[in-house]
Ligand binder design. Structure first.
Ligand code: NAI
Length: 473
């Protein structure tokens, strides 16, 4: 027997479940096929659990440094079991929340693995979904009018340096660690590598980061990446750039040892464990792509601006289509795709208006073009920069490293990018995002009054600094 729906979504992660809620609001009959747990990578193996651990690391570090605030603490110890339990409680609460939202939206959930079938007795078009169950139960056939692929991504490994979950971990396994290692070698100094380096260092682990390129956080503005490197080194993290890791030199013994070529010289690195954070790859296998005309490009599903694949009734969003692999991008894409299939006219997403956040200590956040990317695109730029050390609230808060930087088109005065590093910048980047969406000029940013004393004053001052008119610097 087959079931019929207006929309079937493969994958109930942040992209998939948000799309389902929007579809339900628009009156569509929706089902999600999910092989594991609703909430996907972000909720169970990504954003939420990693931020919960980062917060525990922050509290631990701040407690150790509490004397600076006149607060005497004695015998501060870390109970990592309780740290992990707290993380899990937060995940469980949010998981229940998502399940509740599905019920409220009358969204059906099929707990199995979804595969797209070609033309069949159920439908002359590809897109019938066969749901396969681990317990061997008979497959369910679902015949949808539209399909949305939101199957996400998984950590990449390197040839010869396979993830075994014990000595060589990805962030998936690292999130489940029962005990902290004494030392760790982090391969890849991108967003995951830097967040974990900061967190583990704050927990007291000896951290070494090996980055292949000559800049950590290679897509960030150079000034931000440099400041991040300086501040992480100040914490005692060893950061080695231009490191070509020689995967075939891996030795697993009581710990791990691996060689890397740096400036044509081979160096050996030893640690208790390796964390591999060299990017993620799309989950496109076994979902029946071969039964359709869907095109893959560099391993990602190709779509148009409305997220339609080459099969116009099959849409794809989130990490599986590549681009900015971020939860908030996936959910926005999901909403756009669903609105398009419901004959609305959604706005196409502009990558240059999407904020990115790094939740290390210090935090970093940005929206739009870096100074280097703007110049590469042919813009003549002017910039304004203002440090947190001249912001009263940052001193009060006890974290005055970092700055805000605004990159502006010299000819039109349009803001091209805003980049921040320092306390709570991930919560403050939304103002910059709104400025980008509204095509604001720095002067317009200064006309939105920044209350005193707040950390947000750093943005008002950086906007003034574009014309050299900053007040406190
Ligand atoms: P990434 O693409 O951000 O960084 C990978 C890093 O590894 C790059 O710096 C790259 O140059 C380096 N690399 C690649 N091959 C290497 C090698 N053989 N040896 C040494 N270094 C090598 O990927 P990452 O950090 O794994 O994150 C995956 C995705 O998840 C990203 O798209 C990221 O934006 C997203 N994410 C976002 C978060 C956030 O928004 N806060 C948090 C965590 C992940």
């Amino acid at each position: 027997m087959s079931k019929e729906y207006d929309l079937v979504i493969l994958g109930g992660g942040t992209g998939g479940y948000v799309a389902a809620i929007r579809a339900s609001q628009l009156g569509l009959q929706v089902a999600i096929v999910e092989k594991a747990e609703l909430g996907g990578t972000c909720l169970h193996r990504g954003c939420i659990p990693s931020k919960a651990l980062l917060r525990s690391a922050e509290v631990y570090r701040q407690t150790l440094e509490a004397a600076e605030f006149g607060v005497e603490t004695r015998d501060t110890t870390l109970n990592f079991t309780n740290v992990q339990d707290r993380k899990q409680r937060i995940v469980n609460t949010l998981h229940q929340g998502v399940q509740g939202l599905m019920k409220k939206g009358k969204i059906d959930i099929f707990e199995g693995f979804g595969r797209i079938l070609g033309p069949s007795i159920f439908s002359p078009m590809p897109g019938t979904i066969s749901v396969e169950y681990e317990n061997g139960e008979e497959n369910t056939m679902i015949v949808p009018k539209n399909v949305l692929i939101a199957t996400g991504s998984r950590p990449k490994s390197l040839p010869g340096l396979e993830i075994d979950g014990v000595s060589v971990m990805s962030s998936d396994e690292a999130l489940q660690m029962k005990e902290l290692p004494q030392s760790i070698l982090i391969i890849g100094g991108g967003v995951i590598g830097i967040e974990w380096a900061s967190m583990l260092s704050d927990f007291g682990v000896k951290v070494t980061v090996l980055e292949y390129l000559d800049q950590i956080l290679p897509t960030e503005d150079k000034d931000i990446a440099k400041e991040m490197e300086r501040l992480l080194k100040k914490k005692g993290i060893s950061i080695i750039k231009g490191a070509n890791v020689l995967s075939d030199t891996l030795i697993k013994d009581s710990g791990v040892s691996i060689q890397a070529e740096i400036n044509a010289e081979k160096r050996t690195f030893n640690a208790e464990k390796i964390l591999l954070s060299v990017g993620r790859q799309a989950n496109t296998e076994n979902i029946g792509i071969e039964n359709t005309d869907i095109v893959l490009k560099n391993g990602y599903i190709e779509t148009n601006r409305n997220y339609q694949t080459k099969e116009s009734h099959i849409y794809a969003i989130g990490d599986v289509i590549g681009g900015m692999q971020l939860a908030h991008v996936a959910s926005h894409e999901g909403i756009t795709a669903v609105e398009h299939m419901a004959d609305q006219e959604p706005h196409a997403l502009n990558d240059e208006n999407v904020p990115t956040c790094i939740y290390s200590n210090p935090e970093a956040a940005s929206v739009g073009l870096s100074e280097e990317a703007a110049k590469e695109k042919g813009y003549q730029v002017k910039t304004g920069k203002f440090p947190f050390k001249a912001i009263g609230k940052a001193l009060v808060y006890g974290e005055s490293d970092g700055f805000a930087k605004i990159v502006v088109d010299k000819n039109t005065d349009d803001i091209l990018g805003i980049h921040m590093i320092g306390p709570h910048v991930t919560d403050m980047i939304s103002e910059a995002g709104l400025a980008k969406v509204l095509d604001a000029t720095p002067w317009e940013m200064t006309q939105s009054i920044h209350p005193h004393p707040t950390l947000s004053e750093v943005l008002g001052e950086a906007a003034l600094a574009v014309e050299g008119k900053q007040i406190h610097g």
